[in-house]
Design a protein around this ligand. Structure first.
Ligand SMILES: [Zn+2]
Length: 257
């Protein structure tokens, strides 16, 4: 029962966070400030959106995907970001229930969504927000003591080192942004879960990219954004990492127990 309520709450929180991360990524794309007072406006008629235009999921459905004033189509990426955010966070709520791991997941998800979307929209991962993600992960570990903070720092270092090594070996197939992103993911996940994240992230990347290569939809020289795959790895690791570690004979460390 408790879990059902949390999952319902997580659905709407996830939709709101997805919406926020998408708006922030789109504004970062066009170089607009997204903090402070600047209001969201309709791209077509410029009307400032009011609270009832901004209810996650419901506004889009109620308005039939069109602007209330001018009837212009609202880009569906807004709706997709909300649906995906809602789905991911409610899955994690169902997985963890009311536990510290859920708070970590809820805090990491908007960062991961933002980084994935800026990477998709612009091919760029913002270092400052990757560092902010790492700081957030480390700070959230403070209440559990020094060993938890050290685990986060080791995760960040390991993630950065693995991608850094790939950058050097592949002579720039992956960008420094991807290594910075792993600082953030590592701080949230801790050492063992970071390694699982990388493994699942590369698996997810291979599962998507290899068929595209085979079908010649992309070439080996195409710039494929890797941030979304690293973030997918983090998400899958949150869901399955504990079980995978158990299978390998290890215990997941706090908070992913
Ligand atoms: Zn409009």
């Amino acid at each position: 029962m408790e879990k059902a309520i949390l999952t319902f709450f997580a659905f709407w929180l996830g939709a709101a966070l997805g919406s926020f991360a998408n708006a922030a990524a789109m504004r970062a794309d066009v170089g607009k400030k997204w903090w402070g007072k600047e209001r969201s406006v309709c791209d077509a008629c410029g009307r400032a959106l009011s609270a009832r235009d901004l209810v996650p999921l419901l506004s889009f459905v109620a308005l039939g995907g069109r602007c209330r004033s001018c009837g212009a189509k609202i880009p569906p990426r807004h709706f997709f970001a909300e649906i995906v955010g809602a789905a991911l966070l409610s899955l994690l709520a169902w997985r963890f229930g009311p536990a510290p791991a859920f708070l970590f997941a809820a805090a990491a998800l908007p960062f991961a969504a933002f980084h994935s979307l800026t990477d998709l929209y612009t091919g760029y991962i913002y270092d400052s927000w990757a560092i902010a993600m790492a700081v957030c992960g480390l700070v959230m570990r403070l209440p559990h003591g020094l060993s938890a903070v050290v685990d986060g720092a080791l995760g960040a270092a390991a993630g950065f080192a693995v991608i850094g090594a790939i950058i050097i070996v592949s002579r720039g197939k992956m960008g420094v942004g991807d290594a910075m992103l792993m600082l953030g993911i590592g701080a949230f996940m801790g050492l063992k879960m970071t390694l699982i994240s990388l493994y699942l992230g590369f698996l997810a990347g291979g599962a998507v990219v290899l068929p595209l290569l085979a079908a010649k939809r992309v070439t080996r020289k195409s710039a494929i954004p890797l941030g979304p795959f690293l973030c997918a790895g983090m998400f899958f690791s949150m869901l399955f990492g504990g079980a995978m570690l158990y299978f390998l004979g290890y215990a997941a460390s706090w908070p992913w127990i």
